[in-house]
Design a binder for this molecule. Structure first.
Ligand SMILES: [Zn+2]
Length: 193
């Protein structure tokens, strides 16, 4: 039976597929079966040799960012242990993160927010209908599906998410809330104002 290539998004005039810096050009490889088993073995080794954690932690900020496997916020933001809540989802969209932000603030006391979208995001350039059709085809269902929150333009998507935050009464409005675009090639963040 032919394997489905689950990595390739639906192509269209707006999303013609691989570009010169696209991660679809070859950097990305299929996840081999058994990756989780390998990770579980690594966890066993990690936990076996680990002293009891005594490190203090005090989360001060919450970060909302894409689940893209290339994004390592500990590295590109120099995060200290326990310093940030990292809330991740496809695209790093506020609509999916707002529940976690409310808990981060009301229960755990974080007092700054950053939302980070990035270049070469898999959701960039796709339409809601394209993603919906792809999921429906792959899963063989036409049942109602969630809003997949595609990204047409990175600055616009950051502004949409900041606006959504600002219109949500159950998250803090008295703290800094900022939006950024991460350039996946350079690792540089640019603020969207
Ligand atoms: Zn992404």
């Amino acid at each position: 039976m032919a394997q489905h290539d689950r990595r390739q998004p639906t192509r269209s005039a707006r999303n013609p597929g691989p570009g010169p810096h696209s991660f679809y050009t070859g950097c990305m490889v299929s996840t081999p079966p058994g990756a989780l088993e390998r990770a579980l073995k690594a966890n066993h080794k990690y936990a076996s040799g680990r002293p009891s954690p005594q490190r203090s932690w005090a989360p001060q900020m919450a970060l909302v960012l894409c689940m893209d496997a290339r994004l390592d916020p500990v590295q590109f933001l120099g995060l200290q242990y326990g310093e940030a809540h990292i809330i991740r989802n496809a695209g790093g969209r506020m609509a999916e993160a707002i529940r976690s932000l409310a808990i981060s603030q009301a229960l755990l006391g974080t007092a700054e927010v950053a939302v980070i979208h990035h270049t070469e995001c898999a959701l960039l350039g796709l339409t809601e209908n394209e993603i919906r059709a792809r999921v429906q085809r792959e899963r063989g269902t036409t049942r109602v599906l969630p809003d997949f929150l595609p990204i047409a333009d990175l600055k616009d998507s950051i502004r949409e998410d900041l606006t959504l935050y600002r219109s949500t009464p159950f998250v803090r409005q008295d703290i800094p809330v900022r939006g950024f675009i991460l350039d996946i090639q350079s690792g540089r963040l640019t603020e969207v104002t």
